[in-house]
Design a protein around this ligand. Structure first.
Ligand SMILES: [Zn+2]
Length: 240
């Protein structure tokens, strides 16, 4: 691992990162390689998950409370693998993550309190991926809430008065985008991405070799677009 103080001064290496996603396994699917690399480069990386994960099974007969507890343990294990500074769950039910005043206020409070230079979330404008997948309601809800919480709410003193001192986020990285413009190198961390995703056994099941294959294949595919061996792709907004 490089020296933290030196690495955090490298151009492009954030000092403090806040990732905000809908479901407990979303960051591992979307951006875990990049988060782990930023951790290695000396960044503090915090994670906020909005939904409890209570509907994350397709078969009937699974008790929601047991699933929530199991998924919380899985999220703890994955956070350890990635070396996150902190992670929390806001406790909304699955399927009910909307861009509300309540969610925006809570995100503004976290942004003003943690004061990240980089915020990572999902691109809410992506609805259809090919003709076989509609982007989940909660992914779109959290993406719009994050955008609105960052710009302009968190930076503007007259929004959410009482939720902390204003803070301007420098950069927003949006994963799950149809319009990528930035490819982050995850060659050094793709193994940790695989290991972190494997922590979410309630979601990925027992075919752990297949998880590794799929993650590496997607990383190679994104890497080919960005001229790298392994990458995660993002749409990036810069505010300064
Ligand atoms: Zn999700």
């Amino acid at each position: 691992m490089p020296d933290a103080a030196t690495a955090a001064d490298r151009p492009g290496s954030p000092r403090r990162v806040l990732a905000v996603y809908a479901h407990p396994d979303d960051p591992e699917v979307s951006c875990a390689g990049t988060l782990a690399r930023w951790v290695d480069e000396g960044a503090e990386v915090h994670l906020v998950i909005c939904a409890r994960g209570d509907k994350g099974r397709t078969e009937s007969g699974v008790a929601a409370d047991g699933l929530v507890a199991r998924r919380a343990e899985e999220a703890d294990a994955a956070a350890q693998v990635l070396g996150l500074t902190g992670h929390e769950n806001l406790g909304y039910p699955d399927g009910e993550v909307d861009n509300t005043m309540d969610l925006r206020g809570r995100l503004v409070e976290r942004i003003r309190s943690l004061r990240p230079d980089v915020v990572v979330s999902c691109d809410p404008t992506a609805v259809f991926f090919g003709n076989r997948y509609v982007n989940h309601h909660d992914h779109r809800g959290v993406g719009f809430a994050v955008l609105d919480a960052c710009a302009p709410a968190a930076a503007s003193p007259l929004y959410f008065v009482g939720n902390g001192e204003p803070h301007l986020v420098d950069t927003i990285y949006l994963s799950g985008t149809l319009e990528p413009d930035t490819w982050e190198d995850i060659a050094s961390t793709v193994d940790r991405k695989v290991e972190a995703l494997r922590c979410h056994r309630s979601q990925v099941g027992d075919e752990l070799d297949l998880v590794g294959e799929v993650v590496r294949r997607r990383a190679a595919s994104a890497g080919a677009e960005g001229g790298l061996a392994a990458a995660e792709s993002f749409r990036v907004l810069r505010f300064r």
